[in-house]
Design a protein around this ligand. Structure first.
Ligand SMILES: Cc1cc2nc3c(=O)[nH]c(=O)nc-3n(C[C@H](O)[C@H](O)[C@H](O)COP(=O)(O)O)c2cc1C
Length: 396
């Protein structure tokens, strides 16, 4: 079973990650990890002071001659801001000594982890909460999950995401999305993300992309923020991953947890999802067909998003997630000073206006270990050679 842990603070010296349970003999490259790290950094809607240096995770153990050895894989990813002389982070985040005059942060932002985090850990300063709850951590998450992604790709399973809606601008129907995404999915889910990445809001439709950019501009001017909805598709899956026999074996439930375990994610649906509650059965369920050429059962449509009974059907998984608007906003919201208990307003710190185009890359990533584990549960082994044998023998 593949598991991973991340450590590190937003403004500490570096993020650290450990991935364990990866079978031996898997080709892994730092360049492939870097591809997704850089994608995570890019997208319209970033905050002002963001002339960023590219993230790069260095693998420090677990790899020999370009292949995994079956042991834990460790990675480090420096926070370049830490070293900048003028930023003062080595003082603010000093691990040993407390310097004089470091201002405490006592104005919690509604919608962020600030207030409850400080209450939970008994802090009189919100800084430690911000440092760990913020989405900087998702950089290492993307790096760790990219190993599982490379495992899936080895077996022909691809993941790709694109944006459906930012604020009030988005596709008006399930069918409109299918028209754009399904032809690309025929060439594998990576074609979806590659086509979406051409747009800086990661939307496959040019007109909608322009509208989304406009929407972000408007709300940036208003000092507000925006969330939205994205879709992740997964192709190349065999039928029968996951299981109906216990609640915690259902693959849809496991995928949902990975998404909802990500900062700012507020909901997940599969296929038609919530809309299936307002359509009759004949407009929801996917009729079964048999393809003599491929020797596979298929579905005429894929409105269930590739999952029935918590198991993959062999059709692509279609998952959608909703991200709430970013809590840090230029135009302040009412809050209470934790120290004085007086009513006041939030103070602005540099922040994105809309992080959805970037969050798509995080969502693509976090589901990879879940899928890899479902795959390993069915075809598992200690080495890639062993898994390959099992997979070939079971192919449906
Ligand atoms: C990729 C990404 C970037 C984010 N950027 C910001 C940001 O710049 N400012 C901010 O206040 N929140 C940002 N967030 C959201 C917060 O991290 C999140 O709302 C906060 O940790 C509270 O967790 P919750 O929203 O899951 O309740 C971002 C989230 C993601 C996934």
């Amino acid at each position: 079973m593949i598991r991973y842990l991340t450590a590190g603070e937003s403004h500490g010296p570096e993020l650290t990650g450990i991935v364990e349970g990866v079978p031996a003999g898997l080709p892994v490259t730092e360049e492939e990890i870097a591809t997704h790290l850089v994608r995570r950094q890019q997208g319209y809607g970033r905050g002002g002071r963001m002339a960023f240096e590219k993230d790069f995770a260095t693998i420090t153990s677990g790899l020999r001659f370009g292949k995994t050895m079956g042991g834990p894989i460790a990675m480090t990813l420096p926070n370049r801001a830490f070293k900048k002389d003028d930023a003062g982070w080595p003082t603010v985040m000093n691990k040993e000594t407390e310097a004089e005059g470091i201002e405490k942060i006592t104005l919690p932002r509604p919608g962020h982890a600030d207030l409850v985090g400080a209450q939970k850990f008994n802090f009189d300063d919100i800084r430690p909460v911000i440092e760990r709850s913020s989405a900087r951590e998702t950089a290492m998450r993307v790096a760790c999950c990219s190993i599982a992604r490379q495992f899936l790709k080895y077996f022909g399973i691809e993941i790709g995401g694109h944006v459906l809606r930012i604020g009030s601008v988005g596709y008006d129907s399930w069918e409109a999305v299918r028209e754009k995404a399904d032809p690309l999915m025929k060439n594998g889910a990576e074609s979806v993300y590659k086509a979406a990445d051409v747009s800086d809001v990661r939307c496959l439709d040019e007109d909608l992309s322009a509208g989304m950019r406009e929407e972000i501009k408007i709300f940036r001017k208003k000092g507000s923020s925006l969330g939205g909805i994205y879709e992740i598709v997964i192709t190349g899956l065999p039928a029968g991953l996951g299981s109906y026999v216990h609640w915690d074996k259902k693959l849809d439930g496991q995928l949902a947890q990975a998404i909802l375990g990500t900062q700012a994610m507020k909901g997940v649906e599969f296929g038609l999802g919530f809309e299936s509650g307002s359509r009759p059965g004949h407009e929801v369920h996917d009729e079964i067909t048999y393809n003599n050429d491929t020797d596979r059962f298929e579905r005429k449509t894929n409105r269930m998003g590739g999952l029935e009974g918590g198991m993959t059907t062999g059709m692509p998984i279609i998952l959608r997630g909703v991200m709430k608007p970013i809590p840090t906003m230029l135009d302040p919201l009412g809050t209470v000073d934790m120290e004085t208990k007086e009513a006041t307003e939030t103070r602005y710190e540099r922040s994105d206006v809309c992080a959805l185009p970037r969050a798509v890359v995080v969502a693509e990533s976090v589901i990879a270990p879940v899928l890899a584990n479902a795959f390993l549960e069915k075809f598992g082994g200690d080495s890639i050679a062993e898994i390959k044998r099992n997979f070939e023998a079971n192919k449906k």
